[in-house]
Write a protein that binds this ligand. Structure first.
Ligand code: AR6
Length: 231
């Protein structure tokens, strides 16, 4: 479960998530509610054991490349905990780049409860999927399939039966899905990142040449898919 309800004012990420919430509360009519927003988890850095320092570099580079190609769309990196190392690394690296902070920011919360639990409406969410595009398996994949119900599994199967590392696929969510009705999520984009965990299929072991290339491809494909939804 998320610790988003426990304030830790010394943490920069906390301040930012509060800042976003405050903006929305002050706007009254919630104009930010209509801005196309992609919430995405850090691909490959938990179960797939990808190095977080290298991953943070790739996230910031690909965000910088794509953030101005998605019209008024916003990109939000999400993680469960205020202590998230990937969020702090990305935050500090992004601050040194010329990235519009209203178009890209980090947010602490459960990606399946961003509107109801955090006041942040994201019409599109990304999933760190497995190659079979199957529910379960823990992590963010299990959480998203659980929250979306059978509708997501059915809609996913209509689109594809598997995914190659570095690829992403956008799945429109039926309005009957609880994730649609409760959270306003209209699309889930499944992304398969590089796997460095020997206990999972297609392990790259320590081949970070390939790993970094595949992770870059994965984020590019994710952001391109989001751009086509926004257009
Ligand atoms: N909300 C937001 N972020 C989350 C949530 C959540 N509910 N749950 C986890 N995270 P992981 P991977 C963060 O392991 O490394 C699965 O079993 C988490 O803290 O989900 O790409 C699949 O089936 C981390 O920062 O994905 C694959 O087999 C990030 O999401 C495999 O794991 C990604 O963690 C994929 O491994």
């Amino acid at each position: 479960a998320s610790d988003k309800t426990i304030p830790e004012p010394s943490n920069e990420t906390t301040k930012e998530s509060h800042h976003v919430n405050e903006c929305q509360e002050q706007s009254g009519t919630n104009t930010l509610d209509t801005v196309p927003t992609l919430a995405f988890p850090s691909i490959s850095t938990a179960d797939f054991q990808f190095n977080i320092e290298k991953a943070s570099e790739i996230i910031v580079e690909t965000v910088e490349e794509f953030v101005n190609k998605i019209g008024n769309g916003r990109l939000v990196l999400v993680d469960l905990s205020h202590g998230s190392k990937i969020l702090s690394l990305v935050k500090s690296k992004a601050a040194k780049k010329n990235i519009d902070p209203t178009k890209f920011f980090t947010f602490v919360g459960d990606i399946t409860k961003l509107r109801s639990g955090g006041g942040l409406h994201c019409n599109v969410i990304a999933n760190a999927a497995n190659w079979r595009l199957k529910p379960g398996g823990g992590g963010v994949n299990a959480a998203i399939f659980d929250a979306a119900g059978q509708d997501l599994d059915t809609a996913t199967k209509k689109r594809a039966g598997s995914l190659a590392p570095g690829k992403a696929i956008a799945v429109p969510l039926p309005s009957t899905s609880p994730l649609f009705s409760k959270e306003g999520v209209t699309h889930v984009i499944h992304v398969l990142g590089p796997n460095m965990n020997p206990k999972r299929p297609n392990c790259l072991k320590d081949d970070y040449n390939t790993g970094c290339k595949v992770l870059r491809e994965a984020y590019s494909s994710l952001f391109e898919n989001f751009a086509s939804i926004v257009r």
